[in-house]
Design a protein around this ligand. Structure first.
Ligand code: PLP
Length: 450
């Protein structure tokens, strides 16, 4: 393949063969330092200093502006399902860009219609189910929360004109649903939520995995002075990704489902991180060892769906719920954008054609076994499913471990002070896993605490 490395070698604009070019690039990081200096000058500080300035990728590999190669076990945080520069994905986006890139929702395009139908099929959603597209995970959740609010207004005790009380939405401790005001209201981590309070009212947290906390929250519904409004929905992740890749107990998830059913509340499963093959099924709720057999009323998706093109959304299960979204009540300029929709269709098509769900399961097991068999005393155990894994460390040195791996050519993520997240592209090969595991196995076990 040919890539433009003119940015890597300033002052020398050239498009030459990547592999030969890389041999001649300096590896000491001078370009990286120069670009990072410029980055800090012009970006707000919310992300902290980037680890590297990247130039181009191919498959499971990515190269920085100094020509250093990395095996990527993070994949843009579970986004690059097909790895970098997958030929089918590149062709689709190029062709679609040459056809029509954006129309607004005054018009529709074929890819968006086909994609919505495909997602409903893959989720096994019942007849009458409908999709809303947005551009990110947070937007998928915003749509889900707004739909839940509309639904809540149909519940007894919630009708404002009849003295009803505001409906409540329950979210879990340690849950993450995004950074926009609504999604943030359902996001647990106090350090990122508290500075923006007051947020959306009537969002309440319950203790993740605790049936009593769940029952207590529902029991507060009632008439009179002390009763609260009805619960419209519970929103949860089956694997709490940002909290350190922590799966919920499937029995608890089944309990949430039955208690929601008994009280007429919706169950929203946030599959922004777990969806689209990540856990070895299209959606994590299709794994009984995560969902306890529970099927959601709304499922949200984003990260992996379009293989690196920004896209997100939600599926409303069934006609009645879907019908609550009426013309004008919600929307977004870019929603269902044909570039994103065609990128997603190709991503789903390649996952299907190349058996990548099975690959996610098999490589996930290889990773789990390999990491534990590596004999590295830094690793306590591995949690998660498929290609969404958390490695529990013996002490809080995750940043030091991540940096050590990076310097030795492997990208992983310090997802918690004492845990690494591993989420490679779904195309990751057996040889890639062997290579990654061998680097992980050599991380010093006595790294200082971060
Ligand atoms: C990443 C993530 C989000 C937010 O997605 P953005 O695209 O960053 O808005 C929401 N929920 C979960 C579970 C996530 O992992």
């Amino acid at each position: 393949m040919t890539v433009d490395i003119s940015r890597a070698k300033s002052g020398r604009a050239a498009s030459i063969d990547a592999r030969t070019a890389l041999e001649h690039l300096d590896v000491e990081g001078a370009q990286d330092k120069a670009w990072l200096g410029r980055y800090e000058h012009v970006h707000v500080g919310v992300f902290g200093p980037p680890l590297r300035v990247m130039d181009h990728g191919m498959g499971t590999r990515i190269w920085d502006v100094d020509g250093n190669e990395y095996l990527d076990f993070l994949a843009g945080i579970a986004v690059n399902s097909l790895g970098y520069a997958h030929p089918d994905w590149v062709r689709t986006i190029s062709e679609q860009a040459g056809r029509v890139a954006h129309t607004s929702n005054y018009f529709a395009t074929k890819p968006q219609i086909e994609l919505a139908a495909k997602l409903i099929e893959l989720a096994g959603a019942p007849a009458g189910s409908h999709v809303y597209f947005g551009n990110s995970g947070a937007e998928g959740n915003e749509a889900a929360l707004k739909l839940a609010k509309l639904y809540g207004r149909t519940l007894p005790g919630a009708i404002p004109a009849a003295g009803g009380k505001p409906v409540r939405i329950l979210a879990l401790t340690n849950g993450f649903h995004g950074r926009t005001m609504g999604a943030l209201s359902a996001t647990w981590k106090p350090a990122i939520r508290k500075p923006f309070e007051p947020l959306v009212p009537s969002m309440q947290f319950i203790e993740a995995g605790d049936r009593v906390s769940l029952l207590e929250a529902f029991a507060r519904t009632g008439k009179g002075k002390y009763g609260e409004g009805p619960v419209a929905a519970v929103i949860l992740e089956l694997i709490q990704g940002e909290a350190g890749v922590r799966p919920l107990d499937p029995e608890y998830v089944a309990d949430v489902r039955s208690i929601c059913d008994a009280n007429g509340a919706l169950m929203i499963i946030d599959e922004v991180q777990t969806g689209i093959g990540r856990t070895g099924q299209w959606f994590a709720f299709q794994r009984d060892d995560l969902s306890g057999g529970a099927v959601p009323d709304i499922v949200t998706f984003a990260k992996g769906v379009a293989g690196g093109f920004p896209m997100g959304g939600m599926i409303a299960f069934g006609q009645q719920l879907s019908d609550l979204f009426t013309p004008g009540i919600h929307g977004s300029t870019f929603a269902g954008n044909p570039l994103g929709a065609s990128a997603a269709l190709t991503t789903l098509g390649v996952i299907e054609r190349d058996g990548l769900l099975a690959n996610a399961r098999e490589r996930g097991e290889q990773l789990r076994e390999g990491i534990m068999a590596s004999g590295n005393a830094l690793f306590e155990y591995v949690r998660g499913r498929g290609l969404l894994l958390g490695v529990q460390l013996t002490h809080p040195c995750a940043h030091a471990a991540m940096n050590w791996a990076l310097e030795h050519g492997l990208i992983v993520n310090a997802v918690a002070p004492d845990a690494l997240r591993i989420a490679p592209a779904l195309i990751v090969s057996e040889a890639d896993v062997r290579e990654g595991v061998s680097i992980l196995g050599r991380i010093p076990k006595d790294l200082a605490n971060d």
